[in-house]
Design a protein around this ligand. Structure first.
Ligand SMILES: Cc1ncc(COP(=O)(O)O)c(C=O)c1O
Ligand SMILES: [Zn+2]
Length: 397
């Protein structure tokens, strides 16, 4: 296996055992727990000046803090997205600054590319020929693109509610697509049935592969570096499975422990009221969520009723002194339109939960008047143009 110098293996978040990444490919072989890439941070030779000399052109510029070296990566130069100042939004929220991390500028239009570049690289390193996953849509599109680039076959299970662009582009990338009637849980069940019949499939499911949250952590490295090493006060993230939130909190902790920063940003999970298991658990002071029985939101990416990594998400929110907020679909869609009309930035429907969540948090007095608040625009608005436009049409526009 071609790994980076400091990468020492995979630690189980449940039993604590460390495993060799060449043989442990997915969940903990001892207890089935989530595996998390581990590093010998004393062997990480990186400082602000070294990073400043590197061009800001791909997330692989942080390869010392990733499991695989840059020349082994299945990459399309993903990441290195812009952090855009939004002064009108800042006025509206009554804070110092609002910055939108615009992940729509990735190869397949979402932050899912950051997870797939690392997970598909791992698949290649493990000698896989065929990868598989169930997805609400964007991850499936990204997986089929990275699999195509690596010359692997991909099997993508999508719910019928997934967006047209996602379905079309899985086809365009040559992925084998199964569209399952219903929602993400139905697609997940069909995937599990098919996986049981195909022991050569290499799973790319979140927190089943240890590498998707690891790729997404680079969003936080970039934000901090783009802010000249000032840690923002708050990061608001549209949360489904919490992969990006857990990854970013890990990244913030790493930067602090490496002595590159002093603080952690407060992490906020933004969800839709129709499916808000993390918000409910956070408010009730619980360590784990209770599954939502009848999830219902138009924001497919965050309609995750049973997020298996909820203990990690809730720990990140509490450790960073952040929080959780739910807003209604109507408010979410309205905020996507506000951002498009006031700042020009195109937010996806799911992503706009970060904007409406931040507005709600601001109203609750959660942010100080000088706070810097970062919103994650996890995907491009044109993935959901039909949803956004029909919201307008529903208002007679
Ligand atoms: C655009 C978008 N934002 C956010 C999410 C939720 O991501 P996470 O699983 O990291 O919470 C998804 C997942 O499908 C998504 O597609
Ligand atoms: Zn374990």
């Amino acid at each position: 296996m071609d790994t980076t110098e400091a990468f020492v293996g995979l630690d189980c978040v449940d039993c604590g055992e460390r495993h060799d990444a060449a043989t442990a490919t997915h969940r903990c072989p001892d207890c089935g727990g989530i595996l998390d890439p581990a590093y010998d941070y004393d062997a990480v030779d990186i400082d602000r000046a070294t990073l400043a000399e590197r061009p800001f052109e791909t997330m692989w510029r942080y390869h010392e803090l990733l499991p695989f070296p840059r020349d082994a990566a299945v990459s399309m130069d993903e990441g290195a997205t812009q952090l855009v100042d939004c002064p009108t939004l800042a006025d509206e929220l009554g804070v110092g600054r609002v910055l939108i991390k615009d992940e729509g500028r990735n190869p397949t239009g979402t932050f899912k590319d950051r997870g797939q570049t690392v997970a598909v690289t791992a698949a290649v390193q493990h000698g896989a020929d065929e990868v598989a996953l169930a997805s609400a849509g964007n991850a499936g599109q990204a997986a089929s693109a990275y699999a195509a680039r690596a010359g692997l076959d991909s099997n993508v299970f999508l719910p019928s509610r997934a967006g047209f662009t996602n379905k079309a582009m899985v086809n365009v990338h040559g992925g084998e697509m199964t569209v399952v009637g219903g929602r993400i849980g139905d697609a997940g069940a069909a995937y599990e049935d098919a996986l049981a019949e195909h022991d050569d499939w290499y799973p790319l499911q979140t927190f089943v592969t240890p590498y998707r949250h690891e790729g997404k952590k680079t969003m936080l490295y970039e934000i901090v570096e783009q802010e000249d090493w000032e840690v923002p006060d708050a990061v608001v993230y549209p949360t489904g499975g919490g992969v990006g939130l857990v990854g970013m909190h890990k990244a913030a902790t790493e930067l602090r422990d490496l002595g590159l920063t002093d603080d952690l940003p407060a992490m906020y999970a933004a969800q839709a009221s129709g499916c808000a298991p993390i918000v409910e658990a956070f408010e009730a002071g619980r360590e784990r969520h209770e599954p939502v029985e009848t999830p219902d939101t138009i924001c497919g990416g965050i309609e995750i009723p049973d997020p298996g990594a909820s203990p990690l998400i809730l720990e990140a929110l509490r450790e960073s002194d952040g929080g959780a907020v739910a807003t209604d679909d109507d408010e979410i869609l309205a905020s996507a339109i506000t951002v498009a009309q006031e700042e020009g930035i195109e937010m996806g429907a799911t992503c706009a939960a970060a904007a409406s969540g931040a507005m709600e948090l601001a109203e609750q007095g959660e942010f100080g008047p000088n706070a810097t608040v970062v919103l994650l625009n996890t995907g491009a608005g044109n993935k959901d143009d039909d949803i956004l436009r029909s919201h307008l049409m529903g208002q007679g526009v």
